[in-house]
Design a protein around this ligand. Structure first.
Ligand SMILES: CC(=O)N[C@H]1[C@@H](OP(=O)(O)OP(=O)(O)OC[C@H]2O[C@@H](n3ccc(=O)[nH]c3=O)[C@H](O)[C@@H]2O)O[C@H](CO)[C@@H](O)[C@@H]1O
Ligand SMILES: C=C(OP(=O)(O)O)C(=O)O
Length: 418
């Protein structure tokens, strides 16, 4: 298993280009299952999760034409014949559940393995199932698989018990081919939901309200081919901003947008950073020492849970004490014990972490436990004195394109070890 060796202590300076968003690309690639015509996507990141999803849908009979280096993928689901997502694929990537809605809507049938729990929490998919049932699907969970059947989905009024991002995406995709109008209330407002809606509308779907908490979809008989550019990755952007902030750096990120990062930018300003935003670029200049910033995660537009770990890392070396509350996932503090191995002062009490900044962190061997936990260890490793060896970095490969190359271009001393 690959490891990442970081020699800390270098200020990050220079420029890096942000990739297409993993969490937009995954649902948007699944949207291609809804039509018989080819759909082309650009700005698709080179990530393990994307490879996993493409392998999953190839097995369903979808033709894939991909130029990885150019970031383009064309999917042709004209001969989709096997609406099945087996456990072997689903277990490596929870987002595989995003094939469920499109498959039921297009094929009238789907068998998708239950994703199961993961490091950050139980993450059930009951809301996805409840929504499809409300649209008339017969859904059984048997032998660890979700088996759904319907002649044609019917439009319905759907209300999810909590805000769920992939739940909203699954139901919005399913509703595109349903008979009549579907109203999704308590919908997720995340920018990735909006990007998916844009793609679906380019394919002929009739959707309004994406980006608000009520999404209306008028079902149509068929969708058609289209071309769609995946939005920039706001979490990758935020991660590099944190890495620069922690190291007292001065970086420019291109190919991105601050539009969906308001609260992250605000927190970095509170921490003492200077931030300039120009069209598709963000420049961050960090102070000598950051100030501690408290935060509470919640659905968009509040502070994203996917940035919580990286902010815990910057608070480890900031001046003062920060209180971090995680309200989305019940077990998303796994990085805290690893950060403690580097000398961080963190106290955990339930869903609250109290982080008191220390003058310096010291390099050590640490273990990556999930994607953003791993990102927080990279941020901490960049600022720690000496060498930090991060084990199990396959998590990082799920979500950060060309991480070592981008960090090296910013002056970091980072090396992958086999
Ligand atoms: C591929 C993708 O886009 N992943 C993102 C997505 O995950 P994902 O869509 O899986 O996360 P959800 O928004 O669904 O989860 C929010 C909360 O609702 C709970 N829940 C969700 C669905 C359900 O049927 N029942 C249920 O109880 C979850 O356990 C969690 O506590 O949103 C999360 C929250 O912003 C992000 O951290 C993930 O990076
Ligand atoms: C939790 C994440 O991803 P996933 O939902 O794919 O596990 C993430 O992107 O931080």
């Amino acid at each position: 298993m690959d490891k990442l060796l970081i020699t800390g202590g270098t200020r990050l300076t220079g420029e890096a280009r942000i990739s297409g968003a993993k969490n937009a690309a995954l649902p948007i690639l699944c949207a291609a299952l809804l039509t018989r015509e080819p759909v082309t996507f650009t700005n698709v990141p080179q990530l393990q999760d994307i490879r996993t999803l493409l392998a999953l849908i190839a097995q369903m009979g979808v033709k894939i034409d991909r130029d990885e280096a150019a970031g383009t993928v064309t999917l042709d689901a004209g001969e989709l014949n096997n609406p099945v997502a087996p456990y072997e694929r689903v277990k490596t990537m929870r987002a595989s559940i995003l094939v469920l809605g499109p498959l039921v809507a297009r094929c009238g049938e789907a068998r998708v393995s239950l994703p199961g729990g993961c490091a950050i929490g139980a993450r059930p998919v009951d809301q996805h199932i409840k929504g499809l049932q409300a649209m008339g699907a017969q859904v059984k969970v048997e032998h660890g698989d979700i088996h759904a059947e319907v002649t044609r989905l019917k439009g319905a009024r759907l209300f999810t018990d909590m805000v769920t991002v992939t739940g909203t995406e699954n139901l919005m995709m399913a509703a595109c081919l349903a008979d009549g109008e579907t109203v999704i209330e308590n919908a997720a407002r995340e920018p990735e939901v909006v990007d998916l809606a844009k793609c679906l509308m380019a394919m002929g779907a009739r959707i309004s309200g994406a980006g608000t908490d009520v999404i209306r979809v008028q079902g149509v008989d068929a969708l058609h081919g289209a071309t769609h550019q995946i939005m920039p990755d706001r979490i990758e952007t935020g991660t590099y901003l944190c890495a620069a902030a922690a190291t007292g750096g001065d970086i420019r990120l291109t190919g991105t947008s601050s539009a969906y990062l308001d609260i992250v930018v605000d927190k970095l300003l509170d921490a003492g950073c200077e931030i300039d935003v120009e069209r598709d670029e963000i420049r961050l200049r960090a102070p000598k020492r950051l100030k501690a910033v408290s935060l509470r995660t919640a659905p968009y537009p509040a502070f994203p849970t996917d940035m919580q770990a990286q902010f815990m890392a910057i608070n480890c070396v900031a001046e003062g004490t920060a209180v971090i509350r995680e309200t989305i996932f019940e077990n998303r503090f796994m990085h805290a014990v690893e950060l403690q191995r580097l000398g961080a002062d963190i106290r955990i009490d339930g869903n609250t972490a109290v982080v008191t900044g220390v003058a310096r962190l010291d390099g050590a061997t640490v273990m990556a436990t999930d994607l953003r936990a791993s990102a927080s260890l990279v941020v901490a490793g960049l600022v720690a004195e000496g060498e930090t060896l991060i084990e199990r970095i396959y998590h990082l490969d799920r979500g950060y394109e060309h991480l070592e190359q981008k960090l090296s271009a910013l002056g970091a001393q980072v090396r992958r070890q086999a």
